[in-house]
Design a binder for this molecule. Structure first.
Ligand code: ADP
Length: 357
């Protein structure tokens, strides 16, 4: 099993602004690390630098303690799976799988054995004689993964591999990728803009914003204790509701109501965050009651999303109570023990309040 160390890496294209800004990160042995962030934040650039497809301006990338900055991509023993599969169209599945091994002069009987094992693992045994054009999107993606795994790489990289698939297949392939990882334990770095993919696949998530790491943590840590306003808004569907609030000692002013926070603040302003699922429609202890105007109710089956506004602040409530679609207003209860406070100055987390169990 291999580990990856990225140290103080800086990257710019054509001497323009830095795309990756002094980034350091370690991927542990056998770990599945997901890098998530909005489009253009530098995810693919980072992955391509690990693969050696892009030079770096400064810093070091190491595999198992060895600096690989100057090692050409083909000699890094890193496999990469792209969203467009990059299969050879004129070769059948079997040849697509075996091509790389043949080039490396792996003995014929060993190639045959590995093709057999891999196609069984990925359940593509029936497809070996077909050309890529005769496969569905999901089958192509499986072959692309097979081709990557068959080389027994030290590190497995995924660049938004599921973006071209429809929603149902994407869910299915996501589960398959995670199961495959649990079996093979190849150290993996997976890039996506989709926070649901990040939450469900990752051992640890890296939230990247504008070439800088906002936070590294397990999916639970990222969701439950977002360290910045950016992470709180980016992770979670629907995202956290954020309101700017005046705060006097430990009393916040929320929509004209006073909310006791049990925490004194030096600054007299803060952002208050509340997850849509933490807003209650039933009276609870230590909460503040507010009447809201409902813009729309979206039924999701077992849950409903209420899109609402108070004094022109939009926000969302998630509830598993039955809600009449035509309801125009409703009382909500904001529990002061389930809030997040973020600094107005640097947008970092000041405090997370937790209700006692
Ligand atoms: P992401 O994968 O997060 O969408 P990218 O790493 O692809 O982001 O791109 C990050 C930034 O670098 C973007 O602003 C993009 O326009 C720029 N960029 C990417 N590749 C090149 C390139 N080859 N030349 C110049 N700019 C590039």
């Amino acid at each position: 099993m291999s580990y990856l160390n990225i140290r103080n890496v800086i990257k710019s294209y054509n001497n323009r602004d830095n795309i990756i800004k002094n980034l350091s990160l370690t991927v542990d042995k056998g770990e599945f690390l997901v890098i998530v962030g909005p489009s253009g934040c530098g995810k693919s650039t980072l992955l391509r630098m690990i693969a050696g497809l892009e030079d770096i301006n400064s810093g070091e990338i190491e595999i198992n303690g060895e600096i690989i900055n100057d090692i050409p991509p083909a000699d890094r023993n890193i496999a990469i799976v792209f969203q467009n599969y990059a299969l050879y169209p004129h070769m059948n599945v079997e040849r697509n799988l075996s091509y790389g091994l043949k080039n490396r002069k792996v003995p014929k009987n060993e190639i045959a054995m590995r093709v057999k094992d891999i196609s069984k693992l990925l359940q593509i045994e029936e497809l070996l004689k077909r050309k890529p054009s005769e496969l569905s999107g999901g089958q192509r993606q499986r072959v692309a993964m097979g081709r990557a795994i068959i080389r027994e790489p030290k590190i497995f990289l995924f660049d938004e591999p599921l973006s071209n698939l429809d929603a149902k297949l994407r869910n299915q392939m996501r589960i398959e990728i995670r199961k495959l990882h649990d079996k093979l334990k190849i150290t993996s770095v997976y890039v996506t803009h989709d926070q649901v993919e990040a939450m469900t696949l990752a051992d640890r998530i890296v939230v990247l914003n504008n070439g800088i790491i906002e936070q590294v943590g397990t999916p639970d840590e990222i969701y439950n204790t977002p360290q910045s306003l950016f992470v709180s808004k980016f992770m979670g569907t629907p995202p956290m509701n954020i309101f700017r609030s005046e705060i006097n000692e430990d009393i916040a002013n929320l929509f004209g109501k006073k909310l006791k926070l049990n925490h004194n603040i030096n600054n007299n302003k803060a952002y208050i965050g509340i997850r849509p699922e933490d807003i209650s429609l039933e009276d609870i202890k230590e909460s503040v009651k507010v009447e809201i105007n409902i813009d729309m109710v979206e039924k999701l089956g077992s849950e409903s999303l209420i899109y609402a506004n108070i004094n022109n602040h939009n926000f969302i409530v998630k509830t598993n109570l039955k809600i009449d679609k035509n309801l125009k207003s409703i009382n909500i209860y904001i529990d002061s023990r389930k809030l997040y406070l973020f600094s107005v100055k640097d947008e970092k987390l000041i405090k997370k309040f937790e209700a006692p169990l």
